[in-house]
Design a protein around this ligand. Structure first.
Ligand code: ADP
Ligand code: ZN
Ligand code: ZN
Length: 747
């Protein structure tokens, strides 16, 4: 094969196709290898995806040669090249943008140097060893070095530490020889697998494994594991992973944010030792590259990592587990915008693996796929359940506090009487407490503190958002605008105002009521640094403070044995997000947070403060009753025509020129309307369509407009979506145009 089809490492529409290069005599290029090629006057890196015998229609004279290969092995596995092409279709990105996801970023531009170290070994084999040892009878240090080397090669540095002179002597006499070898920077100290910590499975764990292992062995299957907090999901993951390894296959375990799940990592390390590789954002560039290399070489066959670990270079993939599958962090927040759960499913289908999504609070969209008659573009899932906690440990008690009553009693503080009393008791016992407050900076809703009334859009049934500029309430879905009321439309109270207590305000109130009590605050302000998250959490774990105050970022998978009280300071902040998923988010938050209280021996107490105590999401969360919540919410979605019954899509236009952005939005809407006029059957695919300002109308100095379109989600992809896609793909001078389908949020 003398020619290579190369995707060059330049992210521009104009060079998005493959270029043909000649492979010079004597150079070995395999599909998937990274190569250096001439490109115009420059030399650029590229990916040799295919090899062929002919130059594919390019005149021989014009074909330039590959300059060299960048590694002596294919960095890209064939399955990952296929996956990249699927992603370009799916997310409308350039091939090179998708291929980049498959490799550690540091690999490009040769920024990571392989680290080499000196190794020492014995010149002779086992045969002459005794004689050698006897000859050094008068030099105990040298004997020590020889004995160490008898087991196999050792890093020279270790032996020098035993005796620098003795080592030098042995090397100079040729008894010990040195060589350079590539070493891997491992982010964790090697641990030998510990079989002793193998617990006996609970009946629930056993039953789940009996259902998922046979398909795993056959190389197929898609499951949703719904297991309450503390039901022992991790042990199920470990057993499934082990079976994959026994079959000679690899496994990937995705977690929402690995820095927040140190426990999961340490369990996997303890059980799989060197076979486990960890990929997360706190690794240095070098460490990340080395972990990637261990996976690529097949030395580590279990990968634990956040979203991007779904692209880990595992060969013979047998299993992908997605822990806490409801988490938003599985959606990529930058281009290419992929959903790691969908990518995982695609990889499993393509490579013959089992997909296991798991959560104590599955997302509505995922759970619906496990219903008998629900049609989904992603296909059905089989539901397996673990409804009980391990060893009969009780779920915590959840109490709901009606904040309207507090106001009626004259308490305007952020702490209800009940929370204050419970906090006092917890602190007196020397235990720890966590206080949650969920507030996103850009959204404010208007609510009545006397009766709990919240201003909602009559068309969309989501909270309207207050915009200071213009003093107006706006619906983030349909664009409807209203004047904020001066008095409560429901009860007439003047206590109707913009809602919001931040973490800082809660901390101040805490110090006022409980002088001298140590607290740690975690929010976007305090967790800016690289290691801030872990540092603050470690401090809390060590008991440096009794109270941890934070946003929902502290609600995930944490395990603090000394926490016995959890306060949700204002559940309403989540209930009233300007998002059709706000009820789902509130339910999730309370259940996950409650899962943090009393994980060890002592029973936990959770106090949820709200102005809407009868809300079904809050009531169901207090009982930890996912099914009850699901039923109600699913019907609400059906009535309100929200996903999974519809697809929310928009063409988003960003431009420094506001007029341009607006006129583009209007022109696109008209174009789609004209399409409906021509083909009336397409009209029936759309519930509503409208050009309007984006909810956040300026971002980073650019004006934002959108054409919002709600489509019925039944059967195959609607043609309207295809038309929107076509519009968004057109290059426009002075503006950027994106198509978003069911984005994580519509800001
Ligand atoms: P989940 O992820 O479902 O919330 P975990 O996997 O964190 O639950 O498990 C909860 C606790 O139960 C952990 O402390 C774990 O060590 C323990 N555990 C899990 N399985 C068993 C078992 N079969 N026997 C005893 N303890 C177990
Ligand atoms: Zn009111
Ligand atoms: Zn609306």
């Amino acid at each position: 094969m003398r020619y290579a089809e190369v995707v060059v490492e330049i992210a521009a529409e104009s060079v998005s196709h493959v270029f043909t290069y000649r492979v010079p005599e004597g150079m070995e290029v395999k599909p998937g290898m990274r190569v250096l090629v001439p490109f115009g006057p420059r030399k650029v890196e590229g990916y040799a995806l295919r090899l062929r015998e002919d130059p594919g229609g390019v005149p021989e004279k014009k074909v330039r040669p590959v300059l060299r290969t960048l590694e002596d092995y294919p960095a890209l596995l064939p399955a990952l090249v296929d996956l990249a092409y699927w992603l370009t279709e799916k997310t409308r990105c350039l091939p090179v943008e998708a291929l980049r996801l498959m490799l550690p970023a540091q690999m490009r531009g040769g920024r990571v140097k392989e680290k080499t170290a000196q190794y020492a070994e014995l010149c002779c084999g086992e045969a002459g060893f005794d004689a050698l040892l006897a000859a050094e009878a008068r030099a105990p240090r040298r004997q020590q070095i020889l004995l160490a080397l008898r087991e196999g090669p050792r890093p020279a540095a270790q032996l020098r530490a035993l005796s620098a002179d003795g080592f030098k002597n042995l090397v100079s006499r040729g008894i010990v020889v040195l060589r350079d070898e590539r070493t891997l920077r491992e982010p964790f100290v090697a641990q030998t697998p510990d079989a002793a910590c193998e617990p006996e499975l609970t009946a629930d764990q056993q039953a789940v494994l009996e259902q998922i292992l046979p398909p795993l062995e056959r190389g197929e299957g898609r499951f949703l594991l719904y297991g309450v907090t503390g039901s022992g999901k991790t042990e199920v993951y470990i057993r499934a992973v082990r079976r994959a390894l026994q079959l000679g296959k690899a496994a990937i375990v995705l977690v929402p944010e690995i820095a927040l799940t140190p426990q999961m990592t340490s369990w996997f390390r303890a059980r799989f030792g060197q076979d486990a590789a960890v990929l997360h954002s706190r690794l240095s560039a070098g460490e990340r590259f080395d972990e990637w290399t261990r996976i690529r070489r097949g030395e580590a066959r279990v990968v634990i990592g956040a979203r991007s670990a779904v692209f880990a270079p595992c060969e013979r993939l047998g299993l992908i587990i997605v822990d806490e599958e409801h988490e938003q962090s599985y959606l990529s927040d930058k281009h290419p915008r992929y959903d790691a759960r969908e990518v995982a499913q695609r990889r499993c289908e393509q490579e013959g693996g089992l997909l296991l999504l798991a959560s104590a609070t599955p997302s509505l969209k995922t759970f619906a796929r496990a219903l008998p008659n629900m049609k989904s573009a992603l296909g059905p899932l089989t539901l397996v359940e673990m409804p009980r906690r391990v060893q009969g440990r009780p779920l915590p008690d959840v109490e709901i506090v009606d904040m309207r009553r507090e106001l009626a009693r004259g308490n305007t503080s952020v702490f209800s009487g009940r929370l204050e009393t419970a906090l006092r008791a917890c602190l007196a016992r020397g235990e720890q407490a966590m206080l949650f407050i969920n507030r996103r900076g850009y959204s404010t809703f208007v609510s009545c503190r006397s009766c709990g009334y919240v201003v909602k859009c009559p068309d969309c049934d989501v909270s309207m958002t207050y915009h200071r500029d213009g003093d107006v309430l706006r619906c983030h879905y349909c664009g409807r605008e209203e004047k904020p009321p001066r008095a409560c439309p429901a009860c007439g109270s003047r206590y109707i105002r913009y809602f919001g207590a931040g973490t800082q305000k809660v901390e101040e109130a805490l110090h006022e009521r409980f002088p001298g009590v140590g607290s740690i605050r975690m929010d976007l302000d305090t967790t800016g640094g690289k290691d801030a998250h872990a540092r603050l959490l470690d401090a809390f774990r060590r008991g440096e403070a009794q109270v941890l105050i934070g946003t929902q970022m502290i609600a995930k998978g944490l395990d603090f044995p000394r926490v016995t009280l959890v306060g949700v300071v204002a559940a309403d902040a989540t209930l009233n997000l300007p998002d059709y998923r706000s009820q789902e988010r509130a339910f999730e938050l309370i259940v996950q947070v409650a899962g943090r209280a009393g994980r060890a021996q002592r029973k936990g107490l959770v106090i949820v403060q709200t102005y809407d105590p009868r809300n079904y999401a809050i009531e169901a969360a207090a009982r930890q009753d996912f099914r009850a919540f699901f039923e109600t919410e699913f019907n609400r979605r059906r009535r309100g025509l929200f996903p999974p019954f519809t697809l929310l899509t928009r063409i988003l236009i960003e431009s420094a020129d506001e007029k341009l952005a607006q006129s583009l939005a209007e022109a696109y809407e008209q174009e789609l309307q004209a399409l409906f006029a021509r083909e009336p059957q397409l009209r029936r695919q759309a519930v509503q369509m409208r050009a309007m300002e984006a909810p956040v109308k300026r971002l980073r100095g650019r004006a934002r407009f959108q054409v919002f379109c709600k489509l019925y989600a039944r059967g195959p992809t609607p043609q309207v979506l295809a038309a929107m896609r076509e519009i968004a793909a057109r290059p426009v001078e002075g503006a950027q145009v994106f198509l978003e389908v069911d984005p994580a949020n519509m800001i």
